[in-house]
Design a protein around this ligand. Structure first.
Ligand code: PLP
Length: 373
């Protein structure tokens, strides 16, 4: 197996811990352990007295229970805890796919969601998001046309990174119906779920389809990326068994202290998501004012859900060059479309951090200095 470089992680490796003005992050504002414990006082002693041995391969039972509670139809047996969301993407693709399988992937999307399939030797077709006057859209008819006799898997990311597009209930049900008719699995990366900006609640894919797999994580909507706790939810018992056997070769089990902290956070899921949604909403107001000041330079479609948007820039310079200059000359980090192997003058902006207004002000300063506006 030969994996191509992960463009986004390579780019972040260069800039994420040195650029002072992060304007592109996809995770929500994080917190300290002390802040987390304020949601449930009395946990300091039990946490400090935790046993630091191995934990169960499928995950701490209390944590699996808290995760299952997020879903109307899941039980702890339907859940396997993993290291972040990246490990389960890798493991799932490896147990599900063989060379020669056909895979349909929503696009643009986080690279591992198609790259692992690519490295296994699968044929990958893109199901493209399109920017219209009504914002980013997906056409379900196009999905039908992409299906081939050897299609084994459809990969979705909803809410989508980088566009902020999120399938509505009717679309999820329509996709499940198409997949069911062709006996195709659906892996839905739902790591940005829980921060809906259009107030529309969507179901989890795994609740809607017996061959559906939902991917969740503490990193994004909850802002707890340092825990490295993610999970897969599915009713397919055979797949669960295969994923456990695969995990024996990757992390074996998750970090006990992280499982403890993730369970605490999930017991206060609604409060933490509300905190993060409020940060995003506040930042989107600031962003709206900014984009109204510069209508000639940007095409901005607000995310339907999640903390990121993919914004078109009307500039002559290739946008990846622009982003490199911006970070080198002003310390402001934006992610160019090239990182997604997406053609077009787009940048990803992230609205989940408390420092957003300060970083955006620096960005505006740069645009003025360089006479873009
Ligand atoms: C859509 C999507 N899936 C998975 C991941 C990986 O998440 P984690 O860092 O928790 O492994 C990311 C990270 O940016 C992502 O955007």
């Amino acid at each position: 197996m030969k994996l191509n470089d992960f463009k986004l992680e390579v780019f972040f490796g260069k800039h994420e811990f040195t650029a002072p003005y992060l304007l592109t992050q996809s995770d929500c504002e994080s917190m300290t352990i002390n802040e987390l414990f304020k949601y449930e006082p009395g946990l300091k002693e039990p946490f400090l007295n935790m046993w630091l041995g191995y934990t169960e391969v499928s995950g701490n039972p209390e944590l699996r229970e808290a995760i299952a509670d997020l879903y109307p139809t899941m039980t702890p047996e339907n859940i396997i805890v993993h290291a972040g969301a990246q490990e389960p993407i890798f493991n799932f693709m490896n147990v599900m796919l063989n060379k020669g399988n056909h895979v349909i992937t929503q696009f643009p999307v986080y690279q591992s969601l198609f790259e692992v399939a690519n490295s296994i030797g699968c044929e990958v077709s893109k199901w493209n998001l399109k920017q219209t006057e009504k914002g980013w859209q997906m056409n379900i008819e196009e999905l039908k046309e992409l299906i081939k006799p050897n299609t084994r898997l459809i990969v979705l990311n909803s809410p989508n990174n980088p566009t902020g597009y999120a399938f509505r209930k009717e679309e999820i049900e329509a996709i499940a119906e198409i997949a069911r008719n062709h006996n195709i699995y659906v892996f839905c990366d739902e790591v940005y779920k829980g921060i809906e900006l259009d107030n529309i609640k969507r179901p989890w894919f795994a609740d809607c389809y017996e061959k559906g797999i939902s991917l969740g994580v503490m990193s994004k909507s909850y802002g707890l990326s340092g825990l490295r706790i993610g999970w897969v939810a599915t009713k397919d018992a055979d797949l669960i068994e295969k994923l456990i056997k695969m995990k024996h070769y990757t992390s074996i089990c998750s970090s006990g202290p992280s499982e403890f902290l993730a369970a605490v956070a999930l017991k206060h899921s609604d409060e933490i998501l509300r905190r993060n949604l409020n940060i995003i909403k506040q930042n989107l107001k600031t962003a709206d004012d900014f984009f109204q000041r510069h209508p000639q330079l940007f095409v901005f479609n607000k995310p339907m859900a999640g903390p990121v948007a993919f914004i078109k820039m009307n500039i002559k310079m290739p946008v990846d060059q622009f982003c490199n200059k911006l970070v080198e000359e002003k310390g402001v980090l934006l992610l160019p479309a090239e990182i997604y192997s997406y053609e077009g003058q787009y940048v990803r902006m992230g609205f989940g951090r408390k420092s957003f207004a300060k970083s955006l002000a620096k960005f505006e300063e740069y645009l003025i200095e360089k006479q873009y506006v």
